[in-house]
Design a protein around this ligand. Structure first.
Ligand SMILES: [Zn+2]
Length: 482
């Protein structure tokens, strides 16, 4: 571990000495990049601390506190406990229009603890780890907004910048409740990114989704002595799942439905009186998910009726599909070209290839080029994100930066390793610069915000946002572990 960290420091020094920019970068944008380069070590240490905290959804107490404290010190005004979630916050600076938002996430994933090693080697078996790179995600946005704030202060730039500390992206909770609370209502445009395989802006969509649990309550009995006295809650879960699996043939190929039985019987000779199944139902459009959800709930109802059990449904969260913004992606793509993609050292490429070898992927290292901005093709990939809800209340400009070895999946130990060392640091710095440059564009060039908003207004002209989670459902807050 120690050796890996010192290797990381060497990678970092090499990079700090050689920041790469296009010769076309304007003076003010170079100034923003220089601020980020000067603060490279500071930003990498924030990212590494969040990587070490590795707090899962709704438990990001240390990670959010670290960012809040630093932003407060830098002169930001903090709205704590945003939308009733202790690990959500909004940090604002400046006044008046335009209001530009930057999104940050910092939650880890259960079971993905991993050393900075090229073979699977947890720090603590079963503990969480940053398998989606949200340590980089939050820190890049943080670095970007700090750089812009310095520049605004020095040059008297009008407008407001808002840093949205969004918890629980992995469970699609944070932003849904923040949007429902109206926290994005005064925001003119939002910038967002995600660590990925390639460096590019994009405006592809994602899948809308509902996450819900169904609990069945039966009557326990001796399974052999008096089974006629029992009513099995496990039978109900099995019947429900069977019904959903029959439904599968009659839904569109874009639909995804998956479940895990999270509570079941313990032994065969006791009729189980309580079970729980957790479902994700997804499709390319929110309306379709609403209909699928109704259908699945009918199946649960009939499973309960057939087994003479009772059921209880808990809707945990529900999100929309992303509404892409081409105008926003174009602004970002231009800035990515001014900054240049991360320039990985031979050692970093070797590290990436060794991870690929361990995960039986082609050993092609990490991408060092900027991919072209191309229109999204076909239906969106299989994932969902709560960024989607924001995109229906204000335009969102999005991008990714190559932060992990190509083809190494997100939500894997290989990603946890890459985003905790020099590879992740470099990607995060490029992303922080992209945030800063894009925010400056949006603050100082009115026509760019107007273009983003015009596109968004056209796409939403007959639409009124209605959160998929009704107002009586509160965010599933968890207390801070002692
Ligand atoms: Zn993620």
């Amino acid at each position: 571990m120690k050796r890996c960290i010192s290797l990381g420091v060497i990678f970092l020094l090499v990079f700090v000495m050689n920041p790469v920019y296009s010769s076309e970068i304007p003076k003010e944008k170079k100034e923003l990049c220089s601020w980020i380069d000067k603060n490279n070590n500071y930003l990498c240490s924030i990212s590494d601390r969040i990587w070490e905290f590795a707090e899962i959804a709704m438990l990001e107490y240390k990670s959010s506190r670290l960012m809040k404290t630093e932003l407060k010190k830098a002169g930001f005004e903090i709205m704590d406990n945003a939308a009733g979630m202790p690990t959500a916050f909004v940090a604002s600076y400046g006044s008046g229009k335009p209001v530009i938002g930057m999104l940050a996430e910092y939650d880890a994933l259960p079971g993905l603890s991993q050393k900075l090693s090229t073979v699977k080697e947890p720090i603590t078996t079963g503990a969480p780890g940053h398998g989606c790179g949200h340590n980089l995600l939050g820190t890049a946005s943080f670095g970007g907004i700090l750089a812009v704030k310095e520049y605004m202060e020095k040059n008297n730039i009008p407008g407001t910048i808002k840093f949205f500390g969004c918890p629980a992206e992995e469970t699609l909770i944070g932003k849904v409740f923040m949007v429902r609370e109206g926290l994005f209502d005064d925001v003119d445009a939002v910038i967002d990114w995600h660590p990925g395989d390639s460096t590019k802006a994009g405006y592809a969509s994602s899948l809308a989704m509902n996450s819900f649990k169904v609990r069945f309550f039966g009557k326990t009995a001796h399974s052999a002595g008096s089974p006629w006295e029992g009513r099995s809650a496990l039978d109900a879960v099995e019947l429900m799942n069977y019904g959903v699996n029959m439904m599968r043939e009659h839904v569109k190929p874009t639909v995804r439905m998956h479940y895990a039985i999270t509570e079941t019987g313990k032994v065969p000779n006791v009729v189980p009186d309580k079970t729980e199944v957790w479902y994700f139902v997804r499709d390319t459009k929110r309306e379709s998910v609403d209909k699928l959800y109704e259908w699945v709930l009918k199946i649960a109802e009939s499973a309960a009726a057939s087994t003479q059990t009772k059921r209880e449904v808990q809707l945990i969260t529900g999100c929309y599909e992303i509404l892409g913004n081409k105008a926003g992606a174009e602004i970002i793509q231009k800035n990515l070209k001014l900054i240049e993609p991360p320039d990985f050292t031979e050692e970093e490429q070797r590290f990436a290839k060794e991870i690929q070898k361990s995960m039986e992927k082609e050993e092609k290292g990490i991408s060092e080029k900027i991919s072209k901005l191309v229109p999204p093709k076909g239906p969106p990939g299989g994932g969902s994100t709560d960024v989607a809800d924001i995109s229906w209340v204000t335009p969102v400009a999005r991008f990714s930066v190559a932060s992990k070895p190509s083809s190494v999946p997100g939500h894997s130990w290989g990603t946890t390793a890459a985003v905790g060392m020099g590879i992740g640091h470099k990607a995060m710095i490029v992303a922080a610069k992209t945030f800063a440059l894009t925010a400056l564009d949006l603050l100082t060039k009115k026509q760019l915000v107007q273009k983003m908003r015009k596109e968004w207004e056209e796409k939403t002209k007959d639409f009124k946002y209605k959160c998929a989670v009704p107002p009586e459902i509160k965010p599933p807050v968890l207390p801070e572990p002692r």
